[in-house]
Unconditional design. Structure first.
Length: 276
């Protein structure tokens, strides 16, 4: 399903221009002629962003904004006041009612694209946070659905790919997790957490050299990453490089002396040292 825009505006000319631009940019655009119809359509379509005129018959934009923000299942949808009345006091009334932004008519393709991208980015973070909440509750299906939504509204959000990968890994889908970590790193080559997580996945697949390379890159990006140090130490220990493993555990404990996992791993590494 594509990204969805709802325009609530009673001007036919504005509607034609707006929907043409939106379609050219690759968005699905629904249109309502007044505020009441707009609220009903927002409930039915659940768009990703709403552009709201102020002066309309039946129900004006301020009342429609208030109503949408009262409904918990659509209250998160960003509402952009869409008006030609620059300086109109009603703009502030709409913002106080819960609107998130203002766009002045007539709108260019670049203006619309910039506004939509900004709010799609914010919406993706909303879905990511909802996914994290579900993940903490152990609801992996709900978490995946939220991360899927984040990726749908903003395919450039590396965090959503990283987080979805963590769920896939927890469910045992290592190939799917690896694909998501790869995408997160492609989008953000400086994403140390994704390198560390990809290393964990590679280690689980038996690719210790690949895992060590990922942990090393994570440490290049974040030299104080104690988890990457601990994980690299473990990968090195399984490869039989005990001295390097001990060095990694020692550095992890120097940075975080209370890291029990590194302390236990160092003890295990010491026990496996060759006897002199």
């Amino acid at each position: 399903m594509g990204r969805r825009i709802l325009l609530i505006d009673d001007d036919d000319g504005v509607s034609q221009i707006f929907t043409t631009i939106a379609a050219h940019l690759g968005y699905e655009c629904s249109h309502a002629w007044d505020g009441r119809e707009g609220v009903d359509l927002a409930i039915a379509v659940q768009p990703d962003i709403i552009f709201m005129d102020l002066m309309m018959p039946v129900m004006d934009g301020i009342a429609a904004t208030l109503r949408i923000k009262e409904l918990p299942f659509i209250a998160h949808i960003p509402i952009v006041v869409f008006t030609a009345a620059l300086g109109d006091a009603r703009i502030m009334d709409a913002l106080n009612a819960g609107a998130d932004d203002v766009l002045i008519k007539p709108v260019s393709m670049a203006q619309l694209q910039t506004t939509v991208r900004k709010h799609m980015g914010n919406l993706a973070i909303f879905h990511i946070n909802r996914g994290l909440d579900a993940q903490r509750r152990g609801d992996l299906g709900g978490a995946t659905a939220s991360y899927d939504e984040a990726i749908r509204v903003n395919p450039d959000e590396a965090m959503a790919f990283n987080n979805r990968a963590s769920v896939r890994r927890e469910k045992g889908d290592l190939d799917g997790a690896l694909a998501d970590y790869n995408e997160a790193i492609r989008l953000r080559p400086d994403y140390a957490m994704a390198f560390n997580n990809r290393g964990v996945t590679r280690a689980a697949q038996g690719d210790l050299d690949g895992a060590i390379a990922d942990y090393t890159e994570a440490l290049r990006l974040r030299p104080d990453d104690v988890l990457a140090l601990n994980n690299r130490g473990t990968a090195r220990r399984y490869k039989g490089d005990i001295n390097s493993a001990l060095d990694d555990y020692a550095e992890a404990l120097r940075l975080k002396p209370d890291l029990a996992e590194a302390r236990n791993n160092r003890s295990a590494a010491r026990q496996s040292e060759p006897k002199k």
